[in-house]
Design a protein around this ligand. Structure first.
Ligand SMILES: Cc1cc2nc3c(=O)[nH]c(=O)nc-3n(C[C@H](O)[C@H](O)[C@H](O)COP(=O)(O)O)c2cc1C
Length: 236
């Protein structure tokens, strides 16, 4: 089969203006819970399968893999873009939270240019959410608190990896790791100063629902000067 033949119809459901919450964060949480299988999304069969899996096959097994994975697009000061996947670790009134290395490529680009974009794709729901806004660092205390909840291996990795820097070999990374394991034998591993959270404060959020014959439903929320959200339907 050639790449040109890879396509599918999107036919699960429609998205109507009347379905949308006036607040995009509430709307996002609703879609996220549906993608994660925490909430019924109109597809009773899939909901029942997920419920069965989570009840009888273990706590997390009903949650699709990487449902909180999102593409984060940044750009340098000259507008040259780069994108990668990171994990969404919280949504609140401030925006969308993720954690990373502040010295990484993305960290350097965000320091030069705080405008960024996020994209979620939930194939099982035939849904996409595109978000744009400004990114700021989370308060240090919040990053510390989150770092404490991470598995020990991830904590050591944050010290061992100078994210996005060229490595001479795999061995160099593993030897760094071993030295750090010896240096921090206990549970109390401090957070590296160059590691922490960011929050993207949305000014534009688009909800995309796949529809048959590429006549998809798209609604865009745009933040107004008074803080209110304007909702408009976009052509697919
Ligand atoms: C499923 C998945 C989840 C990831 N989650 C994170 C994350 O939460 N934070 C992070 O810094 N990198 C994460 N990564 C690695 C990034 O995609 C990327 O390789 C790394 O952050 C370096 O990016 P940069 O060089 O553009 O800064 C994840 C990768 C995948 C595939």
């Amino acid at each position: 089969m050639s790449l040109a033949d890879l396509r599918r119809e999107y036919s699960l459901r429609a998205l109507r203006r009347a379905d949308l919450d006036p607040d995009p964060t509430t709307q996002f949480n609703r879609w996220f819970e549906q993608a994660a299988g925490f909430r019924r999304s109109g597809n009773l069969r899939r909901f029942c399968i997920n419920l069965y899996k989570s009840l009888f096959l273990g706590a997390n097994s009903g949650v699709p893999v990487d449902v909180n994975a999102m593409t984060l697009a940044t750009a340098d000061k000259d507008g040259r873009p780069s994108a990668r996947i990171v994990l969404l670790k919280g949504v609140d009134a401030r925006g969308y939270i993720f954690f990373t290395n502040y010295d990484s490529r993305k960290g350097q680009e965000l320091a030069e240019n705080p405008d960024a974009a996020l994209v979620f794709y939930w194939p099982s729901q035939e849904r996409q959410v595109c978000i744009a806004g400004e990114v700021t660092k989370l308060p240090e205390a919040e990053s510390e608190a989150y770092f404490k909840t991470r598995p020990r291996g991830s904590q050591i990795a944050a010290w061992a990896s100078r994210q996005s820097v060229i490595l001479p070999s795999r061995e160099a990374l593993e030897s760094e790791w071993k030295q750090l394991e010896a240096k921090y034998p206990g549970e109390n591993i401090p957070k590296p100063p160059y590691w922490g959270g960011y929050v993207l404060a949305p000014t534009r959020i688009e909800f995309w629902q796949g529809r048959p014959s590429r006549l998809h439903d798209r609604f865009r929320y745009t933040k107004q000067a008074d803080g209110a959200w304007k909702i408009e339907r976009l052509s697919p």
